[in-house]
Design a protein around this ligand. Sequence first.
Ligand code: NDP
Length: 498
Amino acid sequence: MVDQLLLHIDGRNVPAADGGTFTVASPTTGEVLFEVSHATPADVDVAVAAARAAYLDRRWWGIPARDRARVLNRAAAILADRVDDLAREETRQIGRTLREMRAQLRRLPEWLEYFGALAATWEGTVPDFGPNHLNVVRRVPLGVAGLITPWNHPLLITMKKVAAALGAGNSIVVKPSELGPAVPLALAGILEEAGVPAGVVNVVPGLGPTTGRALSEHRGLDKLDITGGTETGRVVAANAGRNLVPVTAELGGKAPVIVFDDAPVEAAVAGALFASFIATGQTCVQGARLLVQRTIHDEVVQALVARTRALRLGDPLDPQTQIGPLVSQAQRAKVVEAVGRAQAQGATVLCGGRVPEDPGLSHGWFYEPTVIGGITPDHDLWHEEVFGPVVVVAPFDDEGDAVAKANDCPYGLAASVWGADTGRCLRTAQALDVGIVWVNDHHRVDPASPWGGTKESGLGTENGVDSFRGYTRPHSIIVSTAAQPFDWFASTQELRYS
Ligand code: NDP
């Protein structure tokens, strides 16, 4: 039976104003899993109004910060209890392997705990204002935040934004991806069960060009926070900008993985596989460009190709499966087209590069993990984000060449550097024009560690104190402490303004 999913507005699950729906199908089998209410612009208005009312009467941000933290900690505990069910749901919806979704979701309570701890311990400042005044600066919530999220980590990315926004005391309206709305909707229920008041968390599933557009154009927002593709980010940021709504945007990437000649080959190849093929390559920080020092290039590529060929594709709910399907027919078509174009431009497919022939996989959007050589900066595939299980490999000569090749990219989200010479790895890391660099690792994320990119990878940051701060604004109170009354017009002396 197909499950029905409704909008979540002001603490209630409600259908769309016009009764409209869309469906979510399994990327593994094609079967329809959910019929989801499609929020209209009128529904977005109601959700923003509910969030505004919750902000204005201070039902959430007016309670002591340590009580807000307690509620977030309770939500973390409920979430921890339900992780296995939610992980299964994520796997059914988006096709990522159950093993990956369990590993990811098990960490998500930490985001609620971390931002709860920041809420409970955050302090204002008292800047020096001269002898006759005391200046108290509090950080207060912005108000109503619109959150637009993608499908590739439906709960992780929603959680990064929700935990920071709620910790700082905001009310929110979430527009989850049309491909993965179930678990973000479940999160709203968990938060309210833990004690977040109705109206603070609203979820409006729908399509980008309708529901997402209505939210991004809404004049009732105080912040818009999106994770998505770079072109979507431009449109959404322009919409919000017209209303002078500040934007945080986590966008596309094309992360380089740099392997120096002193890296143990086995470890570097294991790292490259992890960087490139987790989530079937559908992550913004995917190691999409493997740059290997020329002296060990052939050895590394040979080992990488052998291990890539051995990866097991299959039903993502099966614990033995290592690579699930791509999320949708459109996503697979994009990968097929990008690889075909690379071949037409002269690149060589070293393994994969095709839809698998196994009839057992014919109902899903599978694509073989692919390694491509013979690639140069003249090829489209050097620069463009494919968002699939495709990695290009190229040699470099020395540290300077590695940095130049890595930085030759419109994106600047993440990179990793592999090698035994710590000084060289750190020099290289510091020279990379990206937001996040891992050394001898990849993909690691923590609620305390900033996450955001340079160039076309976006604006602002998630995680850490900067993210919390970005959901607040200063509220400055200046108190006169002067012993004498102040009367400007009673005198012609040069009086101080402060
Ligand atoms: P999209 O840009 O297609 O969509 C992201 C969200 O924006 C979805 O909710 C989508 O709605 C919505 N949207 C689409 N068009 C509009 C519009 N015109 N107005 C308002 N909202 C709109 O990205 P994907 O979901 O395909 O996710 C993949 C992309 O996300 C990749 O480029 C990836 O690099 C990036 N990403 C970045 C991360 C980071 O941290 N920097 C992390 C993860 C992913 P709909 O539901 O219809 O799709």
